[in-house]
Design a protein around this ligand. Structure first.
Ligand SMILES: Nc1ncnc2c1ncn2[C@@H]1O[C@H](COP(=O)(O)OP(=O)(O)OP(=O)(O)O)[C@@H](O)[C@H]1O
Ligand SMILES: [Mg+2]
Length: 604
């Protein structure tokens, strides 16, 4: 069952905070001296903050002694100078932490983004048909950003807050152990409540991601360049606007519901903290009254506890809280990084030796029916094969299986004797060229649009330029339509020109011809090209592929005649194979398709 396959692949793991940190830290800290510097600065700042308590106490005691006539002015001034130095040192280190922190954050986000891109390139292309996996890809970018914030915040907690808390705890312990207990009472319940936030925000993220993706799609339908002409003319703008608004309303409702829960717990936490704070002040007051501590100590501890509470509040409500709400998206990022990869070994795949398809079936994720069902045939090296059939009969899917882009669920495809499931994508696609039904229109120059198919080979020698010219001529790319020659920018957005559907299609064909290939696949490459140019392209195509293996998918029955053999698909199954002459009067599916088109021209 395909759904089970999907579930197993995509179910996110319940990772705890320690696991999340131990997974992320190596990526963030590896070869990163600047982060070690930042952590050192945090510890320095934290200790200077602690020292300031002792120095404040000393200054106040000296001042009290001076007022009572028991100390000289210079001892008061030196205590003041030391306190000022500690504060100044602290300010300088905080400034440096902010500067290095921003720099480190950007740097690590960049590293994680690169990891995401590398990972996406290693996934099986068929995974991109799976909406669950698309959700992960969508969420991974946000997760990576949050992962960095998570690591940085954890650093703040352990290098900046924790040493200070330990220092204060040690200091209070030496004065009155009960004070430490009272502080703990404020801290522990508050921290516990934060764990509930983790759950709330993980659930929010899971519930929001599919709706957000839907909203983004509707927005694109309303305002996207590819859609707006059609949606305006069909009057569908308001329809999409309503769908978009419904999604946004749902997203807001989800957020409010979850925020309400999270904020409720936060309020409870703040009340607990306040009660403990009052307890600490009361303890201090009784210690002063009982002459257990001096006025200087009382004042210094009072001031430090005030700061401690501000820091604790910041730690629990902002730092830990923020980390908790980030965990949901970080889990998605890690789940994405853990997705099984396509794999396969790098090996020579001799495409000139043909392709063998044995009892192959393929079902798309979340689909019940097989798009390709128990298909077997062979294509000899150097043969030109045409695949025909009605819409949805499985032609494009079959082509994706033949090239090794998708792997069959059942049966095997072997290219030049190498099973597609066993070879890496790099080795399978080397010397394979293709124009897919949904080819891409790159917003780049004409030269880049074509040269993209041969990036590894380099495109700058005189021979490359000749090949570029030849490919354009073979694909009927009319150079007179490009005022800037090969450097014409093909994008209005970037100050260039736009092309018609047929012109774009010719550029896509030129791109496929330009690539060094032994196997070429054209999936409906000429659907938008006028019939005169189409027949010219096909005639040249016959020349180009004379010694190569070629697969053409087409609905134009005229162009299949150039094929050595025709495969006829129906509802995922291969129903006929043979030459045009053998099939055209066989009384089968091919004859039906051929006559349907012939009829049309007769009527016209
Ligand atoms: N991404 C997808 N997810 C789910 N089902 C899909 C997907 N792509 C195609 N299908 C289904 O697989 C079947 C075969 O589709 P395919 O695109 O291979 O047909 P085709 O013969 O190329 O059609 P056309 O002539 O319209 O290009 C169809 O029933 C289609 O609905
Ligand atoms: Mg198709």
């Amino acid at each position: 069952m395909p759904d089970m396959k999907t579930d197993m692949k995509t179910k996110p793991k319940e990772l705890n905070v320690v696991t999340v940190f131990s997974r992320l830290a190596p990526v963030c800290f590896k070869n990163n001296t600047s982060i070690v510097f930042e952590i050192s600065l945090m510890i320095v700042s934290s200790l200077l903050n602690g020292a300031a308590i002792l120095l404040t106490q000393r200054l106040l005691d000296r001042a009290a002694e001076f007022a009572a006539g028991g100390a000289v002015m210079s001892s008061v001034l030196s205590a003041l100078a030391f306190l000022a130095l500690a504060h100044a040192g602290n300010h300088i280190s905080v400034g440096l932490i902010n500067y290095t922190g921003n720099k480190n954050h950007l740097k690590i986000v960049g590293i994680l983004r690169k990891e995401i891109n590398k990972k996406a390139a290693r996934l099986a292309p068929a995974d991109f048909e799976n909406t669950e996996i698309l959700n992960y890809i969508n969420k991974a970018g946000e997760g990576a950003f949050n992962a960095v914030s998570f690591v940085m915040t954890t650093m703040v907690i352990f290098a900046l807050f924790l040493p200070y808390f330990c220092f204060v705890a040690w200091y209070l312990l030496s004065l009155k152990p009960l004070l430490v207990l009272a502080l703990g009472a404020a801290f522990i319940p508050a921290a516990l409540i934060q764990f509930l936030r983790v759950k709330v925000f993980t659930r929010l993220e899971d519930a929001s991601a599919p709706v957000r993706r839907e909203a983004d799609y509707y927005e694109q339908c309303m305002a996207g360049r590819e859609y707006f002409k059609e949606t305006r003319i069909l009057g569908a703008y308001w329809y999409f606007k309503k769908l978009f608004t419904d999604c946004i309303t749902l997203l807001n409702r989800l957020r409010w519901k979850h925020e309400l829960k999270a904020n409720g717990t936060e309020l409870a936490m703040k009340l607990l903290t306040l009660a403990a704070y009052m307890g600490v002040i009361f303890l201090l007051y009784t210690a002063l009254m009982g002459r257990e501590i001096s006025v200087g100590t009382f004042a210094a501890v009072y001031a430090s506890i005030d700061q401690l509470f501000r820091m604790m509040n910041d730690l629990v409500t902002i730092q830990i809280g923020a980390n908790a709400s980030r965990l949901g998206t970080i889990r998605n990022y890690l789940a994405f990084m853990d997705l099984p990869e396509r794999g396969g070994a790098d090996r020579a795949v001799p495409k000139t030796q043909g392709i063998r398809v044995e009892n192959v079936s393929f079902t798309y994720p979340a689909s019940e029916t097989k798009a390709v069902d128990s298909v077997s045939f062979e294509i000899k090296g150097g043969e030109t094969v045409a695949i025909v059939g009605e819409n949805g009969s499985g032609k494009s899917t079959l082509v994706r299986l033949l090239t090794g882009l998708y792997l069959p669920d059942q049966g095997l495809v072997s290219v030049g004797g190498v099973t597609t499931a066993a070879a890496s994508m790099e080795s399978l696609f080397e010397h394979t060229s293709a124009v897919f039904q949904k080819y891409q229109r790159y917003q780049m120059t004409l030269k880049e649009n074509i040269g993209i198919s041969r990036m590894g080979a380099g495109n700058d020698t005189a021979a490359d330029s000749e090949k570029l010219k030849l490919s354009c001529a073979q694909a009927a790319v009319e150079m007179k339509e490009f005022s800037g020659g090969y450097d014409t920018m093909l994008s209005r957005e970037f100050g260039g020109i736009d092309l018609s559907g047929g012109q774009w299609q010719r550029v896509a064909i030129a791109r496929a011809f330009f690539r060094d290939h032994d196997l070429i696949v054209l999936d409906e490459p000429t659907a938008a090209i006028d019939p005169i140019e189409e027949s010219r392209i096909y005639n040249r195509f016959a020349e180009i592929v004379r010694d190569k293996t070629a697969i053409i998918v087409t609905h134009r029955m005229g162009s299949v005649r150039l094929a050595d053999r025709i495969l006829v698909m129906k509802k995922g199954a291969l129903v006929e194979t043979g030459t045009h002459d053998a099939l055209v009067n066989s009384g089968g599916e091919y004859e039906r398709l051929f006559n349907a088109q012939k009829q049309w021209y007769r009527q016209a």
